[in-house]
Design a protein around this ligand. Structure first.
Ligand SMILES: Nc1nc2c(c(=O)[nH]1)N[C@H]1C(S)=C(S)[C@@H](COP(=O)(O)OP(=O)(O)OC[C@H]3O[C@@H](n4cnc5c(=O)[nH]c(N)nc54)[C@H](O)[C@@H]3O)O[C@H]1N2
Ligand SMILES: Nc1nc2c(c(=O)[nH]1)N[C@H]1C(S)=C(S)[C@@H](COP(=O)(O)OP(=O)(O)OC[C@H]3O[C@@H](n4cnc5c(=O)[nH]c(N)nc54)[C@H](O)[C@@H]3O)O[C@H]1N2
Ligand SMILES: [Mo]
Length: 767
């Protein structure tokens, strides 16, 4: 199969030299770099205003990651380098409207890089790409809404509508959106979470009854051992480094579990402290366990085995609070060290050292994890194994101990709380039906992967996206783009141009919305929204900047207008009235979703409020009322063919998911290149591949009787400290290599961190 034109263009330039990767993160260069970004993109006044209100009580919630703000003192600069880059990209003054889209055809735009797309500016007015047209043209808001509603009403069944959400949508927008979609008659609510922490939710719900983390920032400061598994906080959650630093200053040991040596886990310089300004660093990881890709389940089984050998079981906790310990302990005892070491790639001695650390630290253990664990074939089993270890030593629901899935998008957790999920539990639907006096659809909807398969299989669907970049964030780029092109309608509610807008259905709409940093005035009154962070704190977010274009509408106004036109008002819901005053939406959230009592007034309290979380108080919301040990044999995704490697796809320092802010990956020593593949020097030598040599990658996936292969050309080989047998390339360039059906058991999350590949030098004629 030839790569399609829907992929990002291949950059054949790349870096001309290699730099040494860093062994520490952040510090003065980071602050300088972020200030430069903000000031050049947003202008001095706009940039300063944005930074001054970022993550402050009364200001707006950082649109980058979901790491919480301190409950106690907040510094005047409660943001990080990458949050500032996110704001710079969002708050930029340049706009793109009719002239821009008249100048460039859709094909012209597709030939530009994702980095170029982001630099062009903010989307300024609604645009339509009519059937057969080569260029987007302007369309009025009423016409755009009518067109959307007419196409939706023309579908054969409500289930032919697919309603995607990215995790930046506020609670209020998300609640209104799911309410509309369910009134429309479907549960087809795929979201970015399906590709992100779905595995964490599935594992935690089954084990402890809640799919959310059980710790607060305060717990971090006094924890004794903090494990960071499958996570790169220096780039993706830089403010987490400040919490880790504070913990280390208080005596905590930080343990990194990662196939790749990440600068942000080795050491940290705090940019807002004098020491950081001077470049002084705090050593973070006291132990760096360089696991094999997907070796984590075996590693945590080994940890359980070593803890049992140290007699570290918390018998009182286990007998009062859990079920299944006997079977689990038998399984642990029956798993040999040989198998554990072979699968994890970590020696027995290292694992025993970690266990000893945990015992010495009075079991005040916090385990953090992110995509390195969730985007795996056995992700749910792996995360259950993490939970098993915590249950074994009673390290859940007590101070300074617990489970911490570190969320990605700033409101991805809140969107789930609001009902953005293709399979909400019956209790949610019962409540929804009661409050709104209707029958919500009960059959499960499509998640991301099933949506793509359905769009591919059954042409003629309508795809609507509340934010995000579906064509680039999802796996199997060519297959997914074919699926989108088979839709009768694709609609993108968005702030910035992205490649999904260039993969249209028969008719395509771009509906430009206000960004989080901008003032939102409805019916003459300023509005605010709320977000929920990774630690279940719900906080107010009020944009401060003048909108870049007068034509922009809020996400809520757009959703309400579509809902009004497509399903009409009901005795209980007057869509447009809800959009005129967001407190009215908050009232409905309070009536429908537990934990939002007095939402109107509590949303206005500085610092926000915690949502109830049973496991934090050792209440287990499982059918039996107990926490459950799982008992699955350990496994590791590997290849039997010694010529092949396992590829993981991760983020560079200069991107937010599919938004590319720059072409460097500073901590990993990369200048101006994204089409690269990090390899172990031994693996390069064995294949006679030289540093910076271009290679082609083929991936393999056995689907039933068929061997699926995918191909992507021209990645520059970079020697790196990465486990032998593994490789790393950047998301989204490498997404074309992940076959659509290569997903995790149970959670159906694409296995973006484990694909079997073969690399060969790019033939000279091609480059
Ligand atoms: N600046 C910035 N911030 C972001 C984002 C961004 O793109 N840019 N994205 C946001 C989002 S949506 C999310 S979900 C988070 C993502 O945050 P992360 O999960 O930190 O993101 P990734 O870059 O995917 O990093 C995965 C890490 O897992 C490691 N890894 C890969 N395979 C394995 C494995 O088998 N085992 C282990 N133990 N480790 C493995 C990789 O080497 C890498 O260090 O960040 C959020 N914050
Ligand atoms: N190979 C591989 N694939 C992955 C991953 C991986 O690690 N490897 N990670 C996965 C993960 S964790 C995630 S979360 C997904 C991310 O998937 P998405 O959430 O779909 O992708 P983003 O790149 O975050 O979306 C960026 C776009 O959102 C729009 N946007 C930004 N701000 C706003 C706003 O305030 N409102 C609206 N309406 N639109 C806005 C802009 O148009 C921007 O171009 O990707 C997944 N895909
Ligand atoms: Mo994510």
């Amino acid at each position: 199969m030839n790569p399609s034109d829907d992929r990002p263009p291949v950059d054949r330039e790349g870096p001309r030299r290699l730099r040494k990767p860093k062994n520490w993160a952040t510090g003065t260069p980071a602050v300088v770099s972020s200030m430069k970004q903000i000031l050049t993109k947003a202008g001095v006044v706009r940039g300063n205003m944005a930074l001054a209100s970022l993550n402050q009580a009364g200001g707006f919630d950082c649109p980058s990651c979901a790491w919480p703000d301190p409950d106690d003192e907040r510094s005047a600069f409660e943001f990080c380098e990458n949050g500032a880059k996110a704001v710079a990209s969002e708050a930029m003054r340049e706009t793109i409207g009719r002239d821009f889209f008249a100048r460039y055809s859709v094909r012209d735009l597709a030939e530009q890089s994702d980095y170029w797309h982001d630099l062009q500016g903010r989307l300024a007015e609604p645009m339509v790409l009519r059937s057969g047209a080569t260029h987007y043209e302007p369309i009025s808001w009423p016409e755009a809404i009518e067109l959307t509603a007419a196409k939706l009403k023309g579908l054969a069944s409500p289930d032919d509508g697919i309603f995607y959400t990215s995790g930046r949508a506020s609670n209020e927008a998300a609640f209104l959106y799911q309410l509309f979609v369910r009134h429309f008659g479907t549960n087809n609510l795929p979201d970015c979470s399906n590709m992100c922490h779905e595995s964490s939710g599935a594992a935690m719900n089954a084990a402890i009854g809640v799919g959310k983390g059980t710790v607060t920032l305060e717990d971090f400061y006094e924890a004794d051992v903090i494990i960071c598994a499958g996570q790169n906080p220096g780039t993706n959650h830089p403010r987490m480094l400040a919490a880790l630093e504070r913990a280390v200053e208080n005596g905590a040991e930080v343990v990194a579990v990662n196939p790749l040596k990440e600068a942000g886990l080795l050491a940290f310089a705090h940019p807002q402290k004098i020491a950081g300004m001077l470049g002084r660093t705090t050593a973070l990881a006291s132990q760096y366990l360089q696991v094999k890709i997907n070796g984590d389940m075996a590693l945590f089984r080994g940890l359980a085995k070593a803890l049992l050998a140290l007699d570290a079981k918390d018998e009182a906790f286990i007998s009062t609070h859990t079920e299944g310990v006997e079977v689990y302990c038998d399984l642990v005892q029956g798993t040999s060290w040989d198998v554990i070491v072979a699968m994890s790639g970590i020696s027995q001695r290292e694992i025993e050292k970690l266990a000893a650390m945990v015992v010495r630290g009075k079991k005040r253990l916090i385990t953090c994890w992110a995509m390195g664990l969730t985007q795996q074939h056995n992700a749910v089993d792996t995360i259950r194994e993490v939970i098993n270890v915590h249950l074994l030593i009673g390290a859940v629901g007590r101070p300074n101990a617990g489970l911490c899935p570190v969320r990605g998008h700033s409101n991805v957790q809140g969107d789930r709380t609001m009902g953005i999920f293709e399979k909400m539990p019956p209790t949610f639907h019962d409540r929804l039906d009661q409050v709104f006096g209707f029958q919500s659809p009960r059959n499960h909807g499509c998640d991301v992967v099933n949506s793509i398969l359905a769009m591919h299989r059954e042409p003629g669907k309508a795809f609507i996206a509340l934010g995000g970049n579906f064509a680039q964030a999802t796996p199997d780029t060519d297959f997914t783009c074919e699926a989108l092109r088979k839709c009768v309608l694709t609609v993108h509610i968005a702030t910035k141009l992205n490649r999904s807008h260039l993969v249209p259905g028969e008719t395509a709409l771009i509906l430009p919305c206000l960004a989080r940093s901008e003032r939102d005035v409805q019916d003459r009154f300023p509005q605010f929204v709320t977000c929920e962070n990774s630690m279940s704190v719900v906080q107010k977010s009020a944009g401060q900047l003048e909108p870049v274009s007068e034509t922009l509408q809020s996400e809520i106004a757009i959703i309400a207008a579509i809902a009004q036109a497509a399903v009409g008002d009901t005795p209980k819901v007057k869509w447009l009235e809800l959009a005129m005053n967001y407190d009215r939406i908050r009232d409905l959230i309070e009536q429908t979703i537990p934990g939002f009592k007095d939402f109107r007034s509590r949303a206005r309290e500085g610092g926000g409020f915690y949502l109830p979380n049973g496991p934090k108080e050792r209440r287990w919301e499982t059918p039996s009322g107990k926490a459950h040990f799982s008992n699955e044999p350990i496994s590791v995704f590997s290849t039997t063919d010694p010529s092949r490697l396992i590829l993981q796809t991760s983020r560079s320092h200069d991107q937010f998911n599919t938004t590319i802010y720059g072409l460097d990956d500073r901590y990993r020593g990369i200048d101006s290149a994204r089409r690269i593949v990090f390899l172990n020097p031994q693996d390069m030598k064995a294949r006679e591949i030289k540093p910076l040599q271009p290679v082609d990658i083929t991936s393999f996936w056995q689907e039933g009787d068929t061997l699926e292969t995918r191909f992507a050309e021209h990645f520059l080989a970079i020697p790196y400290d990465i486990t032998a047998g593994s490789a790393m390339a950047y998301f989204p360039e490498a997404n074309a290599l992940i076959p659509i059906t290569s997903t995790a058991a149970v959670s159906n999350t694409p296995t973006s961190k484990a694909v079997e590949i073969e690399i060969v030098p790019t033939p000279l004629t091609a480059s």
